[in-house]
Ligand binder design. Structure first.
Ligand SMILES: [Zn+2]
Length: 97
């Protein structure tokens, strides 16, 4: 175990993914943002998910021409993403490779 890994261990991936929504909406403070980003940079599955989130965010601002997506659209995307994550986690459990 390398020094400095303890923070990653304390950060649960599902909690990270939940916090990414806040991060993307800039509702995190700087400390939380730095902690999340350092976890994401060291965690391939979170990094992949974070990339998806950023693309979604860009798509939403392009489509809506503003910083804030309509509540209905956001909620729909949230459900879709959650379903994707659940499928991926189930697959991962069945076949760790
Ligand atoms: Zn993670």
């Amino acid at each position: 175990m390398k020094p400095g890994d303890s923070e990653f261990e304390n950060l649960d991936c599902s909690a990270v993914l939940a916090d990414i929504y806040l991060l993307l909406d800039n509702e995190c403070d700087a400390g939380a943002r730095a902690r999340l980003e350092s976890h994401v940079n060291g965690c391939p599955s979170c990094l992949e998910h974070y990339g998806v989130q950023q693309q979604l965010k860009a798509l939403i601002s392009r489509k809506c021409g503003g910083e804030h997506a309509p509540e209905g659209l956001r909620e729909r995307l949230r459900v879709e993403i959650r379903r994707t994550v659940t499928v991926r986690q189930t697959t991962y459990r069945v076949d760790p490779e």
